[in-house]
Ligand binder design. Structure first.
Ligand SMILES: C=CC1=C(C)c2cc3[nH]c(cc4nc(cc5[nH]c(cc1n2)c(C)c5CCC(=O)O)C(CCC(=O)O)=C4C)c(C)c3C=C
Ligand SMILES: [Fe+2]
Ligand SMILES: [Fe+2]
Length: 353
């Protein structure tokens, strides 16, 4: 794994002294960018391993284990690894033999490390909740390098127990095995942060200028969660709606131009509505011919944006009578995307570095 900011600390920074740190013991802070995770390969075995870890997380599937495991092992893990592997194969980064989520998350970590070079006691690294590099291995590495403070940054703008909370759970699970565990701060959800809304607006405007058509409507499509999770108190839906509202306000658009939808359903139960696929079909049937889709809830392009939106949803729209479709790329490691990450990390480092 690459890490461009593994700088040894030999002196106490003035800001650390102002913040009351001991002059005898320099401060070392590890910043961990945490993303969802991705398979190591597109073949059956790596797909099976990834999906097993993912779908065994009780934050993801809340069913009683006695009911869920027979379904998971007897049905889902016999069929889905092949089907999902074929989807991953379409978007795979062949040059580096890794998924786009892997590529972008590493690039974000490397660029953040370079941007924080003025903070000599800070080491930046990245990890995944499921798969590799694992959260536990990276936490251990940072602690072994002398970091006794960790800033965890779950890269999800909108909070959900299925993403933000489980990322932090996994970090603390690793710390449970340590006698001398570091202090931890976690970057809060940033669905309404001006730097994030500005980045989305800039990236939308820039993308629209590259098109040979003007979309009649733009969908802000977020990953769904089961409706029951929302009903039981997960604030995710409210966070998504607020992001869309602020983006609309920033772009000076009306409610008829930018709407919220939810994609990536799994299983038979009801998920958050309106569904992205049903919405594009209805729009096409209602005579809308040109649309664009942005995915504000994904900090990096991945299977759900590149393949589900860029291929499946596009095909559904065209099949139903649509003519022009464009996917607006995620913020990824773009200058706007990095401004979001750097701003929020620097804020969380206050008094520490
Ligand atoms: C089974 C339930 C799932 C819930 C709940 C869920 C929530 C959720 N997921 C993301 C972000 C991502 N999900 C990704 C892939 C993915 N998601 C699920 C299932 C649930 N997600 C599965 C089974 C998969 C794997 C792909 C597949 O087989 O369909 C990814 C992409 C990973 C990649 O490697 O590219 C992301 C990112 C959010 C934000 C979210 C809740 C808010
Ligand atoms: Fe997901
Ligand atoms: Fe999907």
């Amino acid at each position: 794994m690459t890490n461009t900011a593994q700088t040894a600390v030999t002196t106490v920074t003035p800001s650390a002294m102002q913040a009351g740190q001991s002059a005898a013991r320099p401060v070392k802070v590890g910043v961990m960018l945490l993303n969802l995770g991705t398979p190591d390969g597109t073949e059956f075995k790596p797909m099976w391993r990834y999906l097993r870890e993912f779908l065994s997380d009780p934050r993801i599937v809340e069913l009683n284990r006695l009911i869920w495991y027979p379904i998971l092992y007897g049905l889902v893990l016999t069929v889905r690894p092949k089907k999902s592997g074929e989807n991953y194969a379409r978007i795979w980064n062949r040059e580096r033999n890794e998924s786009p989520l892997h590529t972008f998350t590493r690039a974000q970590s490397e660029k953040l490390a370079a941007a924080l070079r003025d903070l000599p006691g800070v080491t930046v690294d990245w990890a995944m909740r499921y798969g590799n590099p694992s959260t536990g291995s990276v936490a251990k590495k940072l602690v072994e390098r002398g970091c006794d403070r960790i800033v965890s940054f779950p890269l999800y703008p909108q909070y959900s127990a299925t993403t933000t909370a489980t990322a932090n759970d996994q970090l603390f699970r690793a710390l449970m095995k340590m006698r001398r565990a570091p202090a931890v701060r976690s970057v809060p959800p940033y669905y309404d942060e001006p730097v994030y809304i500005e980045a989305l607006a800039t990236s939308t405007r820039n993308h629209l200028t590259t098109l040979d058509f003007e979309p009649e409507m733009i969908l802000a499509s977020y990953h769904g969660i089961p409706k029951a999770f929302s009903d039981r108190g997960d604030p995710y839906r409210r966070h998504c709606l607020e992001t869309t509202r602020l983006l609309r306000e920033k772009l000076g658009w009306g409610e008829d131009r930018l709407i919220t939808t939810f994609q990536s359903r799994f299983g038979a139960q009801e998920w958050l509505q309106p569904y992205t696929d049903a919405t594009v079909e209805k729009l096409a049937k209602d005579g809308i011919r040109r649309i664009a889709v942005i995915n504000p809830g994904f900090s990096s392009d991945c299977i759900e944006t590149l393949d589900e939106i860029g291929r499946e949803v596009r095909d559904e729209f065209i099949h139903a009578g649509g003519e022009k479709f464009s996917h607006i790329p995620c913020l990824n490691d773009s200058p706007e995307g990095m401004a979001v990450i750097e701003t929020l990390v620097r804020r969380e480092l206050a008094g520490w570095a």
